[in-house]
Design a protein around this ligand. Structure first.
Ligand code: ZN
Length: 148
């Protein structure tokens, strides 16, 4: 069935704040950044002002490996909004990053039925166009099978 692009809604863009701007700026360059605490060496995602492990403020942005494993996943067969209708069926997964934090993302570039718990994945970035001038273009981290 053909998709009528004239009626399809744009995918929503995440809000960029002062705390998350370094993360999104790096995504636009194809790099995945995580916060790492200089006091206790804890890696964290999503971005925050304080270390969730020790409460310290000595957080530093570090480039992550972009590698991880599927921790859990589901297949969305009926998109929750028209913006994602053309993608269905698609995978929403929890990815355990090599550095420790868990990130929610889509698993792309493969048959949704082939995704499995423990599967190695690596980051890729989906460009999303801003609509209506309310925000800038953005790149959203997604993951694809890592066939290393
Ligand atoms: Zn800490």
């Amino acid at each position: 069935m053909a998709v009528d692009d004239s009626r399809s809604a744009a995918k929503p863009l995440p809000p960029v704040t002062a705390d998350t701007a370094p993360f999104w700026d790096a995504c636009a360059e194809g790099r995945l950044l995580l916060q790492r605490c200089q006091d206790c060496a804890h890696w964290q995602f999503y971005p925050r002002r304080l270390c969730v492990a020790c409460g310290g403020r000595a957080l530093q942005w570090r480039e992550a490996s972009g590698r991880g494993q599927v921790k859990s996943w589901t297949i969305i067969r009926r998109a929750v909004s028209e913006a994602f209708a053309a993608d269905a069926p698609y995978v929403v997964a929890l990815v355990a990053l090599a550095e420790g934090p868990t990130m929610m993302a889509n698993i792309v570039g493969c048959d949704p039925e082939s995704v499995a718990i423990g599967q190695p994945v690596r980051v890729t970035f989906e460009a999303r166009k801003a609509v209506g001038g309310r925000s800038a273009d953005i790149a959203v981290p997604q993951f694809e099978p890592d066939a290393r």
